[in-house]
Design a protein around this ligand. Sequence first.
Ligand SMILES: [Zn+2]
Ligand SMILES: [Zn+2]
Length: 90
Amino acid sequence: MNCGKNVPEKAPGTKNRNHCPYCLYSLHVDEEVGDRKAHCGGLMPAVGKMIKKDGEEVLVHICDICGMVRKNRVAGDDSIELVDNLPALL
Ligand SMILES: [Zn+2]
Ligand SMILES: [Zn+2]
């Protein structure tokens, strides 16, 4: 991952760990969530956050290489500080 920290596979509150709890970077490895079929492999920094209709907070990741946008659930052990500092997107 981006920061080189050791990221545990299991994350509280989500089925698939898809981003780093320390720097919030994700990797473009999925076409559909969890399928690991994308060959892009680009780093996906979190650029903002959104509140979904059901009130759940999601991170918005954009791929550095291809520009694909993905929304990912905030995991229970994500850095609260980083999540708080992300701009809220509409
Ligand atoms: Zn990281
Ligand atoms: Zn990509």
